[in-house]
Design a protein around this ligand. Structure first.
Ligand code: ADP
Ligand code: MG
Length: 313
């Protein structure tokens, strides 16, 4: 993209004004420079969205810009990190100005809300692939890991489960719902739980963001912490949209296995719950043992699948 690469970057991705106090140098030089304040360390994460795999051709670019950033901010949130700056690698089949303008609008609208600067990236030609790397700040030694769950903890989530999965079904034409708007918004424009992650940092033990489905992600906590997790289906927070979907189809597993909700799932000592100033739902408990068990009306249930895995058969 030699001819217009510089113009393209300058027009769509160079911020007129930097909004994070610690950015020393943004887009335009060989490297960006970020000043990590004393007493803090960086949390780093990266996510890629490939056309045809993570989003369909023709998907609204504004939603893609939002979601690409949201999924990375969600990873920072799950570690308790405060988002600070991002780098963007764009591979595009052609320079389409309308697409770029709309994509940048979606990305910057969310970035500004969290005082996150786009400080650099790379732009190449090829099949549409969107990669974003995010940096966040953690006070040295303080973080929320998957490996920190303890028997006796309760398991909580920060919000409704299954809406994004329902949104995907609706977008694919697989279900018609009177509550389509809620589900589609959750699917296209997920809200990263940044404030919750920060609030949990000093109180929770383990934390993960729900990207592949509650059970699949909780399985990571159980494995990494060498504990077992019990989930009580009746306690799952469900929107009217998902309740209606389950009542209509009988598919009660949706909120357990559908991905893309980007709520946080965390474990915490029950006595710490009173100090927690965020919305949360207690959905289960951590015990000694291994694996994840889901109880419905007191009976252990078998699941058809755990959740979304790219390389599963
Ligand atoms: P170099 O060839 O030295 O790697 P580039 O020509 O790739 O530099 O990029 C020039 C500047 O624009 C760099 O500061 C780079 O970080 C930035 N940049 C390139 N692509 C993007 C993008 N998609 N989003 C944000 N910044 C970008
Ligand atoms: Mg380059």
């Amino acid at each position: 993209m030699a001819l217009s690469e510089f113009n393209l970057i300058a027009r769509y991705f160079k911020q007129a004004q930097l909004s994070n106090a610690h950015t020393r140098l943004g887009v335009g030089d060989d490297c960006a420079i970020y000043n990590v304040p004393q007493g803090f360390e960086l949390a780093l994460t990266m996510d890629t969205m490939v056309e045809g795999v993570h989003f369909l051709p023709g998907c609204a670019p504004e939603a893609l810009g939002h979601k690409l950033l949201a999924v990375n901010l969600s990873d920072l949130a799950s570690m308790g990190a405060e988002p600070s700056a991002v780098l963007l690698a764009l591979t595009l089949p052609a320079v389409e100005e309308a697409w770029l303008a709309s994509f940048a609008q979606g990305l910057f609208a969310l970035a500004q809300r969290y005082h996150v600067d786009l400080i650099g990236g790379d732009t190449t030609r090829g099949p549409r692939t969107l990669t974003l790397q995010a940096l966040g700040l953690l006070p040295c030694g303080q973080n929320l890991r998957r490996s920190a769950a303890q028997p006796g903890d309760v398991i909580c989530v920060t919000g409704n489960l299954g809406d994004a999965g329902l949104g995907l079904k609706i977008a694919q034409g697989g279900f018609a719902s009177p509550y389509a708007d809620t589900a589609l918004t959750q699917f296209y424009l997920p809200e990263p739980q940044v404030a919750a992650g920060l609030a949990l940092r000093d109180l929770a033990h383990a934390c993960i963001d729900i990207s592949d489905g509650l059970v699949a992600d909780l399985w990571h906590i159980a494995d990494n912490s060498a504990v077992a997790a019990e989930i009580y289906w009746e306690t799952l927070p469900l929107s009217q949209a998902v309740q209606h979907y389950i009542a209509t189809t009988g598919d009660w597993q949706l909120p357990l296995v559908a991905g893309d909700d980007y709520q946080l799932c965390f474990t915490i000592s029950p006595e710490k719950l009173v100090d927690l100033n965020i919305a949360y739902w207690v959905i289960g408990k951590v015990t000694a043992g291994a694996g994840v068990a889901v109880y419905q009306h007191g009976v252990v249930q078998q699941l058809n699948r755990r959740g979304y895995e790219h390389f599963s058969a």
